[in-house]
Design a protein around this ligand. Structure first.
Ligand code: FES
Length: 102
């Protein structure tokens, strides 16, 4: 695991996913109030771009076929037997957003 600074909290629009790239990984940052959740940009279904999806609270919906993920856990909410999306631990320190990547 390595820790990477990926954004400033103030630069992340609330309610809208933001794509960043770090160490070759495409990571979606989703700001929900003053919390930030990080997941892979790659949908577990067929690799759709989750950064172009719709964010509602902590639920992110893939733009291609509508799979929905809970960003707190990466669990696929619908369909119920869909695979999870990869998530990354996030910390916020002095307004800077950090994630841990493998
Ligand atoms: S690729 Fe995301 S729902 Fe199909």
């Amino acid at each position: 695991m390595s820790r990477r600074r990926v954004a400033r909290l103030e630069d992340l629009p609330a309610g809208q996913p933001t794509l960043v790239e770090t160490e070759g990984a495409r990571v979606v940052l989703s700001r929900v109030n003053d919390d930030v959740f990080a997941c892979s940009d790659e949908c577990a279904h067929q690799g759709g771009p989750l950064s172009e999806g719709r964010l509602a609270g902590t639920r992110l919906t893939c733009p291609w076929h509508g799979w929905m993920y809970d960003l707190k856990s990466g669990t696929c909410l619908m369909p119920s037997r869909g695979g999870p999306v990869v998530t990354y631990p996030v910390t916020i320190e002095a307004g800077e957003v950090w994630i841990e990547v493998p």
